[in-house]
Design a protein around this ligand. Structure first.
Ligand SMILES: Nc1nc2c(ncn2[C@@H]2O[C@H](COP(=O)(O)OP(=O)(O)OP(=O)(O)O)[C@@H](O)[C@H]2O)c(=O)[nH]1
Ligand SMILES: [Mg+2]
Length: 372
C-alpha cells in the first residue's frame, strides 16, 4: 500500500499556518490528491482554527488540549482516522511557541511509523510584517525582544521556509525579506506565496509533494533560556459566549463583533500587552458564518468572512494567543464584552472559558497540589 504523505507546518502566531494548510490542501485536491488537515491547539476546546478549517470543505479533524509534540500515539490515531476517511496527504500545524516538532513529530514518526507515513518537508510559514523583528531599525512592532528567538528558531528548524502574505507588501520589501531569510538560513530553500490570493501556492504545493523531509535533528536551542524567556511571555485565552439580543431584535452581529475586537485592542493598548493573534468565529444558519482576526494591536481587523444575515442570538468563540499576562488578556476581553453588551443590548452568557500562561504550573494534569 502507498504511504500517506504527512507534513507539519510551523510558524509564528498569526503567520498564516491555518490559511496556508487550507490553500495547499485545495491546490493538491485540484491536482487529484485527497488532502486533509489535522488542526492542533493547546486549549481544551472551542478552537477557532478547528471550526474555521471544518468550514473550508477540506477533510478535517483536530487535536485539542496540548501540542501534537507530546501525544504521539494520539497523533498517529488521528492520522489513521484521516487515512480511513480517504486522505493520502495530511497537513498539521503546531501551536504555541512553534518549535520542537522536528524531534517530537518528525523523528518519532520516522522511527515508529516510517513504513506508514512519508514525511514531506517540515515547512515554516513566515509573515513579512513579523520579519521586521529581525531587521535592523525596523524591530519596533510592539512585541518584546524575546520573541525574536522564536521566529528565528522556527526558520532554523524547517526544511522549507515559505514567505507568506506577499500580497501585503510591495516587491521591494518582499525582496528584502527574502534576502534576510537567505542570509540567516543559507542552506534552506525559500519560497514565496500568498495563501489568501493563491499566488505561488501551486508552486509550493508542487515542491512539498515532490520533496522529502531531511528528518535529522538540528540544534535550535529548544528548551534553552532564550526559549523559556519567550514562552514565559505568552498566554492563551479561549471562551465561548452565547449572546442574546435583550429585546429579541435581529442584530447586525458583523458590527457587534467588530466592536468587540476593537474593544480588546483598546483595552490591551491601555493595559499594555499585545495579542499576535486574536480570533473570533461564530456560526449562523445554513453555512453562514463569521470569522475575523486581529494579528496585533497595531493592525486593522481582517475579516475572513462576515455574516450574510442578522441574528437575535448567537454563540461566539473567542481565542487569543497573547504576549501579555494571562490576567491582562482576560481583563481586556472582559472590558470589551461589557462594552459590547451594553452598546448592543446583549445578554452574554459564558459556557466555556480557559485562560493560562504557557508556563503556568497546573496547566496540564501534572500540576501538583500544594499547601502550607
Ligand atoms: N493578506 C493576507 N492575509 C493572510 C494570508 N494568509 C493568512 N492571512 C490572514 O492572516 C490571519 C492569520 O492567519 P491564520 O492562518 O489564522 O494564521 P495562523 O498562523 O494559523 O495563526 P495561529 O494558529 O493563531 O498561530 C488571518 O486573518 C488570515 O486571513 C495571506 O497570504 N495574505
Ligand atoms: Mg492557526
Amino acid at each position: 500500500m502507498a504511504k500517506t504523505k504527512y507534513m507539519v507546518t510551523s510558524g509564528f502566531l498569526g503567520a498564516g499556518k491555518t490559511t496556508s494548510m487550507i490553500a495547499l490542501a485545495r491546490s493538491l485536491n485540484n491536482a487529484g490528491r485527497k488532502a486533509a488537515i489535522l488542526a492542533n491547539d493547546l486549549g481544551a476546546g472551542n478552537i477557532v482554527d478547528a471550526d474555521f478549517t471544518a468550514e473550508s470543505g477540506v477533510l478535517t479533524t483536530s487535536i485539542a488540549g496540548n501540542c501534537i509534540c507530546y501525544q504521539h500515539e494520539n497523533l498517529v490515531d488521528k492520522l489513521r482516522q484521516l487515512v480511513s476517511g480517504g486522505a493520502d496527504v495530511i497537513f498539521s500545524d503546531i501551536p504555541g511557541c512553534g518549535i520542537g516538532a522536528l524531534d517530537h513529530v518528525y523523528l518519532q514518526t520516522k522511527e515508529k511509523e516510517g513504513d506508514e507515513f512519508e514525511l514531506m518537508p517540515f515547512t515554516c510559514i513566515v509573515d513579512p510584517e513579523r520579519l521586521k523583528m529581525l531587521m535592523d531599525g525596523e524591530d519596533n512592532i510592539n512585541l518584546p525582544a524575546e520573541m525574536r528567538f522564536l521566529l528565528n528558531a522556527q526558520m532554523a528548524e524547517a526544511d522549507l521556509i515559505v514567505l507568506n502574505k506577499i500580497d501585503t507588501a510591495g516587491a521591494d520589501y518582499i525582496g528584502k525579506c527574502l534576502e534576510l531569510i537567505r542570509a540567516l538560513h543559507p542552506d534552506t530553500p525559500v519560497m514565496a506565496m500568498s495563501a489568501k490570493t493563491g499566488e505561488g501556492v501551486d508552486a509550493v504545493a508542487d515542491y512539498i509533494i515532490s520533496h522529502a523531509a531531511a528528518a535529522e535533528h538540528r540544534e535550535i536551542g529548544y528548551g534553552s533560556e532564550a526559549f523559556m524567556a519567550a514562552e514565559r511571555l505568552m498566554s492563551w485565552y479561549n471562551r465561548r459566549v452565547f449572546f442574546e439580543q435583550r429585546e429579541g431584535k435581529n442584530l447586525d452581529f458583523n458590527a457587534a463583533l467588530a466592536c468587540l475586537i476593537e474593544g480588546v485592542r483598546g483595552s490591551l493598548l491601555a493595559r499594555g500587552g499585545n495579542v499576535p493573534h486574536f480570533k473570533v468565529f461564530a456560526s449562523g444558519e445554513g453555512g453562514d458564518y463569521f470569522k475575523a482576526s486581529l494579528v496585533g494591536v497595531d493592525y486593522p481587523i481582517e475579516f475572513d468572512r462576515k455574516f450574510d444575515n442578522e441574528y437575535t442570538a448567537l454563540s461566539v468563540i473567542i481565542n487569543a494567543r497573547a504576549v501579555a499576562e494571562a490576567g491582562t488578556m482576560a481583563a481586556a476581553v472582559e472590558d470589551a464584552l461589557d462594552a459590547v453588551a451594553e452598546q448592543y443590548k446583549l445578554k452574554a452568557r459564558t459556557f466555556f472559558l480557559e485562560n493560562f500562561g504557557m508556563m503556568d504550573e497546573g496547566r496540564g494534569n501534572g500540576g501538583r497540589a500544594s499547601r502550607y
